[in-house]
Every structure is written in structure tokens, then in C-alpha cells.
Design a protein around this ligand. Structure first.
Ligand SMILES: Nc1ncnc2c1ncn2[C@@H]1O[C@H](COP(=O)(O)OP(=O)(O)O)[C@@H](O)[C@H]1O
Ligand SMILES: [Mg+2]
Length: 306
């Protein structure tokens, strides 16, 4: 019932925003507002007891901000436990989205506290993943990770032999088509702990596909990136050993076997290569690409042919 009332409230608030859009965006000030979080795309400030503003970094386009807001709304209405997105605002020279303040704590802090918390977190995050993956999406409503994978493999051809890339194509072709919802950036910094439950934020990567692609992005967060650079675990607020343990336990509770782990690693590396190829100017780019090429070449011969 509570959820239903929120949906109505949410839709109502959104009609208000449609009117805003016809005029100028509202300008708000974050002077004196405490900064409560930060990610790759933005900084998050607490505005009052009920709302926060995610202020986007200058490189994020208005198109991407609008998309994230739409996806957040879409996810909330579909029943994903996430913050309500209200409106797009101007914050000085930058843009932001006002969201509901989640009365929650950081999952990294929770996991660091004790062994029991780590176990509890992984257990609940696997349940949350299952919940997300039980949401069916209409064809064409969201991007399809399988289709994206084929594009990313095309990029890989610059870095790996044709034989290797042809085998990657075969592996992706073997993945069943699926309209299952995926979060696709499912890690500690995008999960928050409220009382007994987990909430999910940062919806800009939502897409559809087989859950193996979700596992690939999780493998990237907890296993692949930390194996390439210690800072990747520090970004999550944990040490490398804890990151590895979260991955191992996630796979175990998810019921994945060695082949699942191999596919997650291979598909995850393809995604990293595409990302790093688009950010060639970043200092770590060529090092990350080289590590992923090596890992794909090592893992491919071990992936079982179905
Ligand atoms: N609705 C919210 N309520 C409370 N804290 C939030 C909320 N949204 C984001 N945060 C905090 O801000 C951080 C960054 O937000 P996020 O949306 O993940 O940004 P990015 O897209 O840059 O990764 C999160 O890790 C979290 O600590
Ligand atoms: Mg984030």
C-alpha cells in the first residue's frame, strides 16, 4: 500500500516537472549543504530531511542526465527498491537531479564492520539481484546487453586476433536472448543499507539481457578492476581481499560454477576494453586494456563449448 501511495505521489510530482520543463530550469543553491556522497558522474549533497541533489560533473550531457532521471522513474514504478527522482535543476553552472533522500547507510561501511555484515550483505544483494532479474521488460524498452556486447567485440578487434574475437562472438551468440532487467553497475557504492533491506541507486546503466551479463559487471567491480589496480577496491571503500571475497561468495550464493565465473570474466573484460578504448586519454587506459586482453586470452580456451 505504501508503495502505491508513493507511486501516485511520484507521478504527481512529475507532472509538475513537465510544466517546469516548458520554462527555465529551477536554480538551486548547495551553499552550506553537506556533501554525503560521490561517484564517477556526480557529487551528492543533502538538501533537507527528505531530498538530496546529485550534481553532475561537467562532462555529463543534459541528454544523459534526462535519461538517468527517466530510468530512475521507470525503475521505481517497476518496483525496483530505489530513490524517487524528482526534477532536474541548475546548480550554479552545473546540472543536478533532486532525489528522495534514502535513510540509509553506505554498504561499504556496513561490510567493513564485521564478517557477519559481509555475509548478510552478499546474501541480501544476491536476493536483490534475483528480484531485479525477475522484472520482465517490453522488447525495445531498454538497451540490450547482448547487442552491445557484439559492438564491443568489434572494438576488441583492434587489440586481439580475429580468431580470439570470432570465438568471443560465438560465446555471446550462445547466451540466450532475454528481456530480463539488469542493473549493470551492481556494486557496493550503488547499493545502500536501510534497516534490514538493500536499496539500489544509479540507474543510468539499466538494460536487459541474460543475468550472466550482470555477473560480468559484478566480476569487473570486485575482481577484475581490483586485480588491475588497488585503487579500484579503495574506490569501493574496501580492500582488495574483501573485494575478492565478495565476488567469490556472490558467485557461490548465486549458484554459479567455474564456467559461469569464466564467462563473467570474459564478458566483463570485453566491456572494460570498450570503456577504456573510449577513454584512451586516461592514464590507466592502455594498462587496463592490456590486462583484459591477457585475461581473455587465458580464459577463452577454458570456457566450455556448449
Ligand atoms: N538518494 C540518495 N540518498 C542518499 N545517498 C545517496 C543517494 N543517491 C546517492 N547517494 C550517495 O551518493 C553516492 C554517489 O551517487 P551515485 O548516484 O552512485 O553517483 P554516480 O553516478 O556518480 O556513481 C552514492 O554512493 C551514495 O553514497
Ligand atoms: Mg554510483
Amino acid at each position: 500500500m505504501l508503495q502505491f501511495i508513493w507511486v501516485l505521489f511520484y507521478l504527481f510530482r512529475n507532472n509538475g516537472e513537465l510544466m517546469d520543463n516548458n520554462n527555465e530550469l529551477r536554480q538551486i543553491s548547495i551553499e552550506g549543504a553537506p556533501k554525503i556522497g560521490e561517484g564517477a558522474h556526480g557529487e551528492v549533497y543533502r538538501l533537507d530531511d527528505e531530498t538530496i541533489v546529485k550534481v553532475y560533473r561537467p562532462f555529463v550531457s543534459m541528454e544523459d542526465i534526462e535519461r538517468e532521471k527517466q530510468l530512475s522513474k521507470w525503475a521505481f514504478v517497476k518496483g525496483v527498491p530505489t530513490a524517487i527522482s524528482f526534477h532536474i535543476v541548475r546548480v550554479g553552472e552545473r546540472y543536478g537531479i533532486v532525489y528522495e533522500l534514502l535513510n540509509a547507510r553506505s554498504a561499504s561501511e556496513y561490510v567493513r564492520e564485521s564478517e557477519e555484515n559481509l555475509e548478510d550483505f552478499v546474501r541480501k544483494s544476491v536476493e536483490l539481484m534475483d528480484q531485479i532479474h525477475s522484472i520482465e521488460v517490453m522488447p525495445g524498452e531498454l538497451k540490450d546487453m547482448k547487442v552491445m556486447m557484439f559492438d564491443w567485440i568489434t572494438k576488441c578487434r583492434e587489440y586481439m586476433s580475429s580468431d580470439t574475437c570470432d570465438r568471443l562472438v560465438e560465446l555471446v551468440e550462445e547466451v540466450p536472448d532475454s528481456h530480463t532487467l539488469l542493473h549493470a553497475d551492481f556494486h557496493l557504492k550503488n547499493i545502500m543499507v536501510t534497516g534490514n533491506e538493500l536499496m539500489l541507486i544509479d540507474m543510468d546503466t539499466l538494460c536487459v539481457g541474460d543475468p550472466i551479463f550482470e555477473l560480468a559487471t559484478i566480476h569487473n567491480s570486485y575482481r577484475e578492476f581490483p586485480s588491475i589496480a588497488l585503487e579500484a577496491a579503495a574506490f569501493l571503500g574496501i580492500d582488495v581481499d574483501t573485494a575478492y571475497r565478495i565476488w567469490d561468495r556472490t558467485l557461490e550464493l548465486y549458484g554459479g560454477d567455474d564456467d559461469t565465473a569464466l564467462l563473467a570474466k570474459i564478458f566483463g573484460c570485453v566491456r572494460i576494453i570498450d570503456f577504456m578504448d573510449r577513454h584512451k586519454d586516461a592514464a590507466e587506459s592502455s594498462m587496463c586494456i592490456a590486462a583484459c586482453v591477457r585475461d581473455i586470452e587465458e580464459a577463452l580456451p577454458l570456457a566450455a563449448r556448449r
